[in-house]
Design a binder for this molecule. Structure first.
Ligand SMILES: Nc1ncnc2c1ncn2[C@@H]1O[C@H](COP(=O)(O)OP(=O)(O)O)[C@@H](O)[C@H]1O
Ligand SMILES: *[C@@H]1O[C@H](CO)[C@@H](O)[C@H](O)[C@H]1NC(C)=O
Ligand SMILES: *[C@@H]1O[C@H](CO)[C@@H](O)[C@H](O)[C@H]1NC(C)=O
Ligand SMILES: *[C@@H]1O[C@H](CO)[C@@H](O)[C@H](O)[C@H]1NC(C)=O
Ligand SMILES: *[C@@H]1O[C@H](CO)[C@@H](O)[C@H](O)[C@H]1NC(C)=O
Ligand SMILES: *[C@@H]1O[C@H](CO)[C@@H](O)[C@H](O)[C@H]1NC(C)=O
Ligand SMILES: *[C@@H]1O[C@H](CO)[C@@H](O)[C@H](O)[C@H]1NC(C)=O
Length: 678
């Protein structure tokens, strides 16, 4: 009887086997992949970025941003024995690994999934892991159970942190999740945190167990070297999957990348069983992750890197300290307002190639002057290094320097700014390519002799610059050191006054008792020598000497063997007195000059250098005389001497008493000549 039925049973089974799904689930309730080598389309259904690599990885994503990949076991499983019955117990195990371009970031994650279909059309990548999208999330019609391994924190999905594993039902908002870790049975079952992304390409194992009777879901995680499943699962929830899963369902994996730090998600081995523990995967047969870095090299680096780094830090610190000392500056709070005028020492150091002596333009009374090229603007500058030890009065001086920096005139050398160091002040000026006037007057450095017309223009330029300082700007600026070496020639041979205001540096911070006169011998007005008080008229005095210097081509004071020290003013005055004024004009002109102009300048020079301040013209008048807009007042050597005599009597001065070098040499030698009536 039973034998008679056998063909029918066989036919019945055959019939069901032709209906593929039933055959698969009915005929085979478990599988194991110890690596996927050889498992192509026939054994797995892949879509998106998912591929099986020749080494045997199931690679779900490559490191392209915003992609997804899926892999499914080709046939569904009969999760419920009867139609609309309860879901049976099942068990899954798989190994996975993640390779991220970064050590501490990876997007977005992967999941094991049980779903009614083999694909998820319309699913989103990134935080939706290629499973759902924002509108389908949490819909009961999804009928989906998943275990997510999430490597990015998505606050909108209530993710607790960036590296968690979670149990998902119809939604990516996990029923329960936990930071990746495992209860380590080898160490008394303590919870150990795991790092999913690491430079040595770790592999991990996950077990998912469902008990159909108790409806308990356990998820356990462990590093691959922990060969035995830990006793205590990482997460456990009770959820009746009978209300979720369809009678038949497919199992597989999904992974998705986000916009940044796109990672490759790998499944290395996989096993499944219905109503039984998942069959063990042969770990020895699993492929190693294509780790971008070599382990042995890494070990060497681990040891040597800190040493190299420490050495490097030491060198850098030493360099910084040296640099700090080399470029050290003084900078105080009050300087903030002068910020734009403040140069860094480093910039000036670089501009002058470390103040190389080949860049020295000249050495003046205050210090050396260097030529420099500012590196950022390629601008040519002259840097004057003034040694100065007193900090007292520095604020006032700097504010004066800066205010002078606001002066702009075609006959003034533009002051660009300053820098301060200990014991040193640096002033930055426009560079004047043609150097200072004295070099031309005295034929130094092979400079050509200047024609009369050129000299006349220079005289007018300097007069106009000084006039501007005295009368045109908002406050009166006294130059204090007018002389040929402070007259600089720009690229068009325009004369420009340099060094203005700098004399004040010596006024500040020095003891009034020992006040040393500012200015240059021969250019110092008598009242300045007596009182030490500078005024526009003391500048006019010096300007007078300058006029004589330019016209005569002679130093203001000469040392001759048989006459001793002689003042240029006296010498010109004597010649005028004797009617031999033309003999004073610079012989280097070879008599080629405008006689009227030259005499005008000589007489104006004497007038400006008048020992009595009130007899001197103001710069406004000087300009008019030079331009021919007003005639020079009539005066002769005799008027000069009578006013001088009057002054000395007024002051009760004995003409022969020499109080100062100037009076000893100028008044002292001039007056006897004049008084003798010669
Ligand atoms: N802005 C400048 N451009 C070019 N050369 C300059 C500049 N300033 C000064 N020098 C040169 O440096 C020399 C010394 O300058 P300075 O210290 O002003 O002289 P002094 O103290 O005798 O007035 C000048 O004679 C001139 O040759
Ligand atoms: C199974 O459930 C579905 C809806 O949940 C229902 O339409 C169907 O009739 C049920 N089938 C059986 C055999 O109970
Ligand atoms: C969301 O997914 C469902 C199916 O899963 C699809 O029908 C729907 O178009 C998707 N929505 C969007 C906005 O992509
Ligand atoms: C998901 O859906 C369930 C019922 O379908 C509801 O109780 C729950 O609040 C939803 N969760 C969210 C976050 O929308
Ligand atoms: C594991 O990591 C999480 C998140 O970084 C942290 O809150 C927790 O304290 C860690 N636990 C252990 C045992 O280190
Ligand atoms: C889940 O883990 C607990 C604790 O180890 C265990 O008692 C229970 O049987 C497990 N359930 C399943 C479905 O594996
Ligand atoms: C699970 O749900 C099914 C169908 O809704 C029900 O028949 C079964 O009793 C439930 N199991 C438990 C343990 O509640």
């Amino acid at each position: 009887m039973e034998n008679r039925h056998l063909p029918f049973v066989a036919a019945f089974i055959l019939y069901f086997c032709l209906l593929e799904p039933f055959c698969a689930s009915a005929g085979k309730d478990d599988f194991v992949y110890s690596g996927f080598a050889g498992a192509g389309e026939a054994n797995l259904n892949l879509d998106g970025a998912a591929t099986v690599t020749p080494e045997g990885f199931l690679q779900l994503t490559d490191n392209t941003a915003n992609i997804q990949g899926h892999a499914f076991y080709p046939t569904p499983f009969q999760f419920k024995k009867q139609l609309n019955g309860t879901v049976q117990s099942f068990s899954v195990a798989f190994m996975f690994g993640i390779i991220s371009p970064y050590n501490d970031a990876s997007t977005d994650g992967m999941a094991f999934v049980v779903a009614p279909n083999k694909g998820f059309p319309g699913a989103a990548s990134a935080q939706f892991l290629g499973l759902l999208n924002s509108s389908s999330d949490n819909s009961t019609s999804n009928r989906m159970f998943a275990v997510e391994i999430d490597t990015a924190q998505n606050v909108e999905l209530n993710d607790a942190d960036g590296y968690h594993i979670g149990i998902d039902i119809n939604s990516l908002r996990s029923e329960k999740s936990h930071h990746v870790g495992f209860y380590d049975d080898e160490h008394g079952g303590v919870l150990k945190n795991l790092t999913l992304m690491s430079s040595n390409c770790k592999r991990f194992q996950v077990w998912v167990d469902y008990n159909g009777e108790s409806t308990q879901i356990n998820v356990t995680l462990a590093p691959i070297k922990v060969q035995v499943k830990p006793k205590r699962p990482l997460i456990s929830v009770t959820f009746n999957l009978s209300t979720v899963l369809t009678d038949q369902a497919y199992i597989g994996f999904s992974a998705a990348t986000g916009p940044l730090a796109a990672s490759r998600y790998y499944v290395l081995g996989w096993s499944f069983a219905m109503n039984a523990p998942a069959p063990p995967i042969e770990i020895a047969r699993l492929p190693r992750l294509p780790c971008p870095r070599d382990n042995s090299l890494q070990k060497i680096l681990k040891i040597t890197l800190p040493i190299v780094a420490a050495a490097l830090i030491f060198v850098v610190v030493m360099l910084l300290v040296r640099r700090q000392m080399r470029y050290a500056e003084l900078r105080e709070d009050w300087e903030v307002e002068f910020g734009p005028h403040r140069f860094s020492y480093k910039d000036l150091f670089n501009a002058t190639e470390g103040f190389k002596s080949k860049h020295i333009l000249g050495v003046g009374g205050f210090g050396k002057v260097y030529k420099g090229v500012l590196q950022t603007s390629k601008m040519e500058v002259a840097v004057k290094k003034v040694s100065h030890n007193s900090n007292q009065g520095m604020k006032e001086f700097i504010s004066e320097v800066v205010s002078i920096g606001h002066l702009r005139h075609r006959n003034l050398v533009q002051l660009l700014g300053y820098c301060r160091r200990k014991g040193e002040l640096l002033l930055v000026y426009d560079y004047m390519p043609n150097g200072s006037l004295d070099k031309y007057l005295y034929g130094e450095e092979n400079k050509p002799v200047l024609y009369w017309a050129q000299r006349m223009r220079i005289i007018k330029d300097v007069a106009s610059g000084l006039f501007y300082l005295h009368e045109k700007w908002e406050k009166v600026v006294i130059h204090r050191d007018i002389k040929a070496s402070n007259v600089l020639l720009d690229s068009e041979m325009n004369a420009r006054l340099g060094d203005f205001g700098l004399a004040r540096l010596y006024d500040h911070g020095t003891n009034p008792q020992t006040t040393h006169l500012v200015g240059t011998m021969g250019f110092i007005a008598p009242e300045l020598a007596q009182t030490g008080k500078a005024s526009p008229l003391t500048d006019v005095f010096a300007f007078g000497t300058f006029l004589l210097e330019v016209t005569c081509g002679r130093w203001p004071i000469s040392n001759s063997a048989h006459h001793g020290r002689k003042m240029l003013v006296d010498w010109v005055l004597q010649h005028w007195h004797r009617g031999s004024l033309p003999q004073t004009v610079d012989p280097k002109l070879h008599g080629i000059y405008n006689v009227d102009e030259a005499f005008l300048v000589l007489k104006l020079g004497l007038m400006c250098s008048h020992p009595i301040a009130n007899e001197r013209p103001f710069m406004r008048q000087v300009m008019q005389y030079l331009d021919g807009d007003a005639p020079l007042p009539e005066f002769t050597p005799a008027t000069l001497s009578s006013s001088l005599l009057a002054m000395m009597q007024n002051e009760g001065l004995d003409p022969y008493v020499a109080q100062y070098p100037w009076s000893a040499n100028s008044v002292g030698t001039m007056t006897p000549d004049i008084l003798s009536g010669r």
